[in-house]
Design a protein around this ligand. Structure first.
Ligand code: SAH
Length: 306
């Protein structure tokens, strides 16, 4: 899964072709995240900060967030983008040139001398998973004469479930940094808190395909287990809450109304459609969820009040 996704992202910009993400749906999304960042930084006492995005895609979320944050006096963060795809780095270079980002292959090389505010939208779902089938078996992949095919191998795990050791290890590493340096991380993705058994999906040009049909040419994703990520962090965590509730708490409805004011009927309809797609329970509002972890001495991040 890791090798397939590395090839998939390295060789194309899939956003808007193979799948679409919240920041690509509407500028409202990145603006709300910008507000979340600015509010947290202010209430934390305006420390020197590195703003980190994991897997920034086309850079749209951060561009929309930074447009809002540019109005915040004294907010001059370093911008660090953790991105492995050269193709998407080139797109981010164009979108975010004015913010002078620094790229990182992994979180290991992030600065150690500032607080870290980390944003990860639809990042963790792209990390490799393992599937335990119960009865001491794990799902594996074998190479048959016709290509990749499913197989099983022995495992010590007895209960059927799916998990991402890669995601949990990354979260633990990030949390150690946040704990030592101050800061917080916001994870938005699709998934749930319970253990799932099989949520692996391959998406190619907007359609579901077999994960084995064209390895490296389809996006492989799995639901994110928020409870496991929170546990792996070992830090105070907030949420997960449904994306609709999180965005509403951050003021997305009044921002959408302000944005639509004095606009043409067509533009106002486009803004309303974007808002509906992000917040409607039948679309992205309920399946997608937001969760945050924060350093123990940091304030509680916005958007998680019940
Ligand atoms: N956050 C963006 C893009 C989501 S797609 C948005 O919401 O639109 C997933 C992103 O994560 C892509 O930028 C992809 O290149 C990056 N990515 C996937 N696996 C990665 C890894 N192991 N390390 C760093 N970046 C990765």
């Amino acid at each position: 899964m890791a090798a397939c996704n590395a090839h998939f992202y390295a060789t194309r910009d899939p956003l808007g072709h193979d799948f679409t993400t919240a920041p690509e749906v509407s500028q409202l999304f990145g603006e709300m995240i910008g507000g979340w960042i600015g509010d947290l930084w202010q209430r934390a006492g305006q420390p020197p900060v590195t703003l980190v995005e994991l897997g920034p895609g086309r850079g749209t979320l951060m561009a929309d967030a930074m447009r809002l944050l540019a109005r915040l006096p004294g907010f001059t963060p370093n911008l660090a983008l953790v991105e492995t795809s050269p193709t998407l780095r080139a797109v981010q270079q164009m979108t975010l040139a004015a913010c002078h980002p620094v790229w990182h292959d992994s979180i290991e090389t992030l600065p150690t001398d500032t607080a870290l505010i980390v944003i990860a939208n639809e990042f963790f779902d792209a990390l490799p998973i393992r599937q335990y089938l119960g009865g001491g078996l794990e799902r594996a992949v074998r190479l048959s004469p016709d290509g990749f095919a499913p197989a099983t191998i022995p495992a010590t795990e007895q209960n059927p479930h799916e998990c991402s050791h890669t995601g949990e290890a990354l979260m633990a590493q990030l949390a150690r940094r946040i704990s030592a340096q101050g800061g917080a991380a916001l994870v938005i993705d699709y998934g749930q808190s319970e253990r799932a058994k099989d949520t692996l999906q391959a998406l190619q040009k907007g359609a579901a395909v077999s994960p084995f049909s064209s390895p490296g040419e389809a996006d492989l994703t799995a639901h994110v287990n928020f409870a496991s990520l929170a546990a792996a962090s070992g830090l105070p965590s907030h949420g997960p809450v449904p994306q609709a509730r999180f965005l509403a708490a951050l003021g997305i409805h009044s921002r959408a109304a302000a944005l639509a004011r004095h606009k043409s009927t067509a533009d106002a309809a486009r803004i309303a459609a974007g808002l509906a797609r992000l917040t409607s329970p039948a679309l992205m509002g309920a399946l997608f969820k937001a969760m945050a972890i924060a350093a123990p001495h940091w304030p509680m991040p916005a958007g998680f009040d019940s």
